[in-house]
Structures are given as structure tokens and as C-alpha cells.
Design a binder for this molecule. Structure first.
Ligand SMILES: [Zn+2]
Length: 460
């Protein structure tokens, strides 16, 4: 058996080595091959984790939350196995272990931090034994791939039931809070107290509108965003649980500043959804015993990842790249635009490849009407990607003047049009399969921009 472990690792590492030479970033192949040679490889390597295995799942915010927790763990000086964005299925997680281990498969790590696709939680729990599972939230996302959100929630509930896992849960999401009642597991809760950004009514599409216990429509005192907020059911006892980690004094103009219990957190991130990611991160870091100063230092210097509010400077204008993939994410992105008083150019690359979810009707569930708000001051909307025309129609119905809507299906042309728009800031939104190409174009444009003055000097 030991020989097969070594063979599996060797084969996996060879594939990683070859794909580096060939310049592709495939993260599935090494895991796939290793598992074929020795199906128990992930379980075997997971035994090398000396402290804790932590799983992060939920619809939105998994990648950002997991990356920030990893930074804190590293800041503390601990070692960690961490799977990167885009490889959150079981084979991607196996690849991450293969990449980090030594040839004999005996290298020890303090932590494993595993971002896990919701549908993969049951499979993963058959192979690794985490202490903690953190659930960020549940929103309708890529329904054509996963089926209804209820199905996913039940899948995870069944997988954690009868284990000794501790759950870290979003106390403001009624689709998450009922896990305690239905699994009996020990739960820790994070949530926000009242903020100045709350609404007392909501026009957004909300999956969590009805009580999970009795089906009655929930009453909300406040909405933080989407179905996240302060709720109770008038027909039964369902309401937000007591918080263990409470976010308060939230400021988001434009970047985030708030307190979690008595720790002050500042971050270069923007938007309420990122405030939740930060709150989830801090809660988990506190739970595993990391000191406040280390958490604060790691988060203050943490820079957003590719496409998660990454900033570029093009023609002297701030240009922000953001991945959007579902109504809640798009709504939150549009909401962050309010924090900038300056006028904006907006670009959306809308694709419908398998990685995006084939069904793009979600753009009709998003509250795109927000961008016709005078305070947000959107001057130009550029629609790009394979389904550019669909978003153009959506923008028109949202009240944007048709003269301000441009359709440029090829990404290069679309980005060129948006950065030349009249607004003072560029917001570049992209669905998953267009993200890397979009980022490449922005990176090249930024480089061209900074190199031009130098060339001029040389010529003069
Ligand atoms: Zn109820």
C-alpha cells in the first residue's frame, strides 16, 4: 500500500511539473491521476494535518474567505495546505495535497483549509475529518448545474449529521441558521448588528423569504443584503440565533472598517458581502485561537485576488475588476458603486459557458434598476461576451438610456470602449469564463499605459 501512495504522489507531481512547463494551469489532472492509482490518497495525506482541517462552503464568498483565513494562519507562522480558486471539487483538493506533500507523503502541516463546492461536501467528508465546517450563505447560483437550493442544503445537512464537526454559521441567513436544529451539532454564529446601510424593505429576489420550519413568510426588521438580515417568523419561534461573533460600527466609504466583538478590522475590500467575508474570517481565526493583533495585521495588508475587486489604472482612471456569477453578487457589486460619488463607466462580460451556468436568466433576478439611480451616475454601459445582447436588453429595461448602451461582443473591443467612456471610474464586471481573458487585456492596457511616457522621453 505504501508503494501505491508513493506512486500516486509521483504521478501527480509529474503531471504538475509537466503542466507548468507547458504553461497550463490545470488543477484537476494531478488529483485525478493520483486517485486512479491510489483511491485512498486524499485520506492518507489528510492524516498529516497535525492541528485542524477546516472546510469552507456556501454560495458566495468561499474563495475570499478561505484566502483571508490562509493569510492569517501564515501570518501566525503555521503551515497550511490550501486549495486555490477554481479547484474546489474533490480532485482539485486532492491536487492541492499532492502539490504540497513530499515524495513519501509524510510531510506534516498544521492546517488544511479547504474551499469546497457545496455539492462536493458529502464526498469530501467521506475522505477527510474536519473539526470545523464554515458556511458563508446560500443563494440561488447556477441552478442548472446543482438543482434547487433546497437540495444542496439538505445534501450538506445529511453529510454533517452524526459527526462531531463544529459548524460556523452565518446567523443572518435564514437558509443557514436552521443547521443546529436539524443536526444537533455545536454551532458558532457570526452576524451584523444594525448598520447604516440596512433597508427596512427589499425588492431583491430572496430565496430565504419563507420560514424553513413552517413555510410562513418571514418578517424582517432589517435587511443587510439579499435575505441576510434581522428576521423572525410570526407563526413559530424561528429567528436569528444569538451571535458569538458580532460585527458592529460598520463603515464602507469606500473601504471596509468595523469591529468584531472588540477587535477593530480595516481592509482594502469594499461592499457588504466582503464585510461578511471578513466577519466569517475573523470568527474562524478567533475560534482556532489566533491572537487579535495577528488577525488585524494579516487583514490590513491582504490584497484582493484576481477578479475579486482587483484594481488597475488605465488612462489615469481607477479600473476595478469584479467577478459576478449570480443575482446576489451582481446586486452587491452595484450597491458598492454608491460609495463612490464620482461618475462611472460600466462593463459586463456575460458568458454562458459551462463554468458560468448555461442559464443567464439570473440577470433578470438581479436588481439592475439600481444602476439607473442618479446617485450612482453610470454614464456608459458596455455589454460584452457571448450574451452581450441579453445584458443590453436588461440594461434598457432597467431604465438606462439606449444611447448610453454599447454592444461589443469581443472582449477586447468592449474593454476599449469602456475605458474611453466619459465616467471617472471604470467598473469591469465579468462572469467566470471571461474573467481570465478580461484580466489579461486589462493587465496589458495598464502596462502599455505606464510604458508610453517612457518611450516618449526616449524619443525626445
Ligand atoms: Zn416559522
Amino acid at each position: 500500500m505504501k508503494l501505491r501512495v508513493i506512486l500516486a504522489i509521483l504521478a501527480g507531481k509529474l503531471v504538475i511539473f509537466l503542466s507548468r512547463i507547458l504553461g497550463n494551469q490545470g488543477t484537476a489532472m494531478p488529483g485525478k491521476l493520483s486517485r486512479k492509482i491510489y483511491p485512498g490518497i486524499l485520506s492518507a495525506l489528510a492524516k498529516n494535518i497535525t492541528d485542524e482541517i477546516i472546510i469552507v462552503t456556501g454560495t458566495n464568498g468561499k474563495t475570499t474567505t478561505t484566502n483571508m483565513i490562509a493569510e492569517i494562519i501564515k501570518e501566525k507562522g503555521y503551515t497550511v495546505v490550501h486549495n486555490k480558486a477554481g479547484s474546489n471539487m474533490i480532485i482539485g483538493i486532492t491536487s492541492a495535497f499532492i502539490q504540497n506533500t513530499n515524495l513519501t507523503g509524510t510531510k506534516k502541516f498544521n492546517y488544511a483549509l479547504l474551499e469546497t463546492d457545496e455539492a462536493n461536501v458529502p464526498l469530501l467528508l467521506k475522505e477527510v475529518k474536519p473539526r470545523v465546517v464554515l458556511i458563508t450563505n446560500f443563494f440561488a447560483d447556477q441552478l442548472d448545474r446543482f438543482g434547487a437550493i433546497d437540495y444542496i442544503i439538505n445534501l450538506i445537512k445529511d453529510a454533517v449529521r452524526n459527526t462531531d464537526i463544529e459548524l460556523v454559521l452565518n446567523a443572518d441567513d435564514p437558509l443557514v441558521t436552521h443547521f443546529h436544529h436539524e443536526t444537533g451539532l455545536h454551532c458558532w454564529y457570526f452576524g451584523f448588528s444594525d448598520t447604516e446601510y440596512d433597508n427596512t424593505s427589499s425588492t431583491e429576489n430572496r430565496e430565504g423569504r419563507y420560514c424553513v420550519f413552517c413555510g410562513h413568510e418571514l418578517n424582517y426588521e432589517r435587511y443587510h443584503y439579499a435575505q441576510l438580515g434581522k428576521f423572525h417568523c410570526s407563526a413559530c419561534t424561528n429567528k436569528n440565533p444569538d451571535y458569538n461573533f458580532i460585527g458592529h460600527n460598520l463603515k464602507m466609504r469606500p473601504s471596509i472598517d468595523f469591529q468584531v466583538n472588540n477587535i477593530r478590522i480595516t481592509s482594502p475590500y469594499q461592499g457588504f458581502y466582503n464585510a461578511y467575508n471578513l466577519l466569517a474570517t475573523v470568527s474562524l481565526a478567533k475560534l482556532i485561537g489566533i491572537e487579535d493583533e495577528i488577525i488585524q495585521t494579516a487583514l490590513a495588508k491582504y490584497q484582493p485576488q484576481a477578479g475579486r475587486m482587483e484594481k488597475f489604472t488605465i488612462n489615469g482612471k481607477e479600473t476595478i475588476l469584479i467577478l459576478v456569477k449570480n443575482p446576489a453578487g451582481l446586486n452587491q457589486t452595484m450597491a458598492t458603486m454608491k460609495y463612490y460619488a464620482t461618475s462611472k463607466n460600466l462593463f459586463l462580460a456575460l458568458n454562458d459557458n459551462a463554468g458560468d451556468g448555461r442559464d443567464i436568466s439570473w440577470i433578470w433576478d438581479a436588481d439592475v434598476e439600481m444602476i439607473s439611480d442618479k446617485n450612482i451616475a453610470v454614464k456608459k454601459v458596455v455589454c460584452s461576451g457571448l450574451r452581450s445582447g441579453d445584458f443590453a436588453v436588461r440594461a434598457k429595461y432597467a431604465g438606462i438610456n439606449p444611447d448610453d448602451i454599447i454592444i461589443k461582443t469581443p472582449l477586447q473591443e468592449g474593454i476599449k470602449a469602456v475605458v474611453n467612456g466619459p465616467g471617472e471610474i471604470n467598473y469591469i464586471l465579468s462572469t467566470y469564463s471571461a474573467l481570465f481573458e478580461t484580466r489579461k487585456i486589462l493587465t496589458a492596457m495598464e502596462r502599455e499605459n505606464t510604458e508610453t511616457p517612457k518611450q516618449l522621453t526616449a524619443e525626445a
